[in-house]
Design a protein around this ligand. Structure first.
Ligand SMILES: *Cc1c(COP(=O)(O)O)cnc(C)c1O
Length: 388
């Protein structure tokens, strides 16, 4: 396959697949393996140099997914972790040493912050949180001991778009490694490594899986970062089972059509919400009025189905009526599956470099693959109950 000439969607359909090596099977089968046997003493002695040597170090199924993740993120190398959080902590740990300093966006996914506050702090690593909209101004926060700049764009819960190329450029000039949580775009709408970032992680749990039945983390990186990450990865025994890798590959094959639908329906619902009197703000970078819209247009080719909005002040019983009567929208953690979700969120509690005081209840919405007309009808009924 001459990848150079093919369009991105075509590459995603074929990457990490070689039926000729699997008796013609279209999908790489599930290789459940811990022990790998070597036929001769000479082969056993040479195993250090072989790709297949022990299940924890990968099987044909996980290797296929690594190859597909490289294609998705336009990366040199990829590593797989059992969850998004595991991918995050593997990277953060790779840059930890006594006295080291990390810069992390204030809009980062909560558990990424917690890893810095609870785990890295114990080893003498200090983290400074920065305003997600800092852009090239990040330079003023850099110290001689700064080892890593962590980004997430758009931010968890609040959806600020970061000036990723500007931050990556400053970091490069100072010899600092950059990492980004790219879960929102699924990797499909944004490939941060093409914008100067060194490491891109995802909760593959979300859009790569696409079906709410799998936990997975992906780490995509430049060749220069691979050995350092791989070292931490091996020491912690991070690995992914073949069944989960198989499901992730299966999800990835339909990513192009799913993401196009999330983009379209998400914007339709966001535009509708913008016109509702119960809603005082919609945080969706695809809306022309959103503060991050220009940056989003420069850095992304589309929007996923996840965004936020803020309700006008309402009391707890009214919110209870609104949320309890939902049937298409589910209430629960995670997102990126085929189903729609609606959950209240409270970003105010963990912010430290910026404040989040939007003047009403913040809500996170995931627009799934249902017909958006049905979703809008359900939201209209929910707002009716809110007003009762
Ligand atoms: C869900 C999520 C994660 C963590 O993924 P898990 O697989 O649940 O560990 C990481 N980052 C972001 C932005 C997420 O939304």
């Amino acid at each position: 396959m001459d990848d150079e000439k093919l369009k991105y969607d075509t590459i995603l359909t074929h990457a990490g697949r070689d039926p000729s090596r699997h008796l013609g099977a279209v999908n790489t089968p599930v290789y459940r393996a811990s022990t790998i046997l070597f036929p001769t003493l000479a082969a056993l002695e040479a195993k250090e140099g072989t790709k297949l040597r022990y299940g924890r170090r990968g099987t044909p199924t996980t290797h296929a997914l690594e190859d597909a993740v490289c294609a998705l993120e336009k990366a040199d190398r990829a590593l797989l972790a059992p969850s998004g959080v595991s991918a995050i902590s593997t990277i953060l740990m790779s840059f930890a040493e006594p006295g080291a300093h990390i810069l992390m966006t204030d809009s980062a996914y909560g558990p990424a912050r917690k890893f810095c506050e609870f785990t890295l702090r114990k080893f003498g690593v200090e983290t400074t949180y920065y305003d997600p909209t800092v852009g090239a101004g990040i330079e003023a926060l850099i110290r001689p001991e700064t080892k890593l700049i962590w980004m997430e764009s758009p931010g968890s819960q609040t959806f600020e778009v970061q000036d990723v190329p500007a931050i990556a450029e400053v970091a490069r000039r100072h010899g600092i490694v950059t990492a980004i949580d790219n879960t929102w775009s699924g990797g499909y709408f944004c490939q941060p490594l093409t914008q100067g970032v060194d490491i891109s992680i995802q909760a593959g749990t979300k859009y790569i899986s696409g079906h709410s039945d799998l936990l997975l983390g992906t780490i995509a990186c430049r060749a220069e970062q691979y050995d350092r990450l791989r070292e931490t990865y091996l020491r912690f025994g991070v690995c992914v089972g073949a069944d989960d890798a198989f499901l992730a590959l299966r999800g990835l094959r339909t990513m192009a059509v799913r993401m196009a639908h999330h983009h379209q329906s998400g914007l339709e619902v966001a535009n509708w919400l913008l016109q509702q009197e119960e809603v005082c703000r919609v945080m969706h970078p695809g809306l022309p009025g959103d503060p991050g819209h220009t940056l989003w247009r420069q850095q992304f080719t589309g929007a996923s189905g996840l965004f936020g909005f803020v309700l006008r002040p309402a009391d707890r019983p009214a919110l209870g009526r609104m949320f309890d009567g939902l049937s298409l929208f589910g209430m629960g953690s995670s997102w990126g599956g085929f189903e729609s979700l609606l959950v209240p969120s409270n970003p105010s509690v963990y912010r430290s470099a910026t404040t989040w005081a939007p003047g009403g209840q913040t809500v996170r919405i995931h627009v799934g693959l249902e017909d958006p007309a049905d979703l809008i009808a359900e939201l209209r009924a929910a707002f009716d109950r809110l007003r009762e």
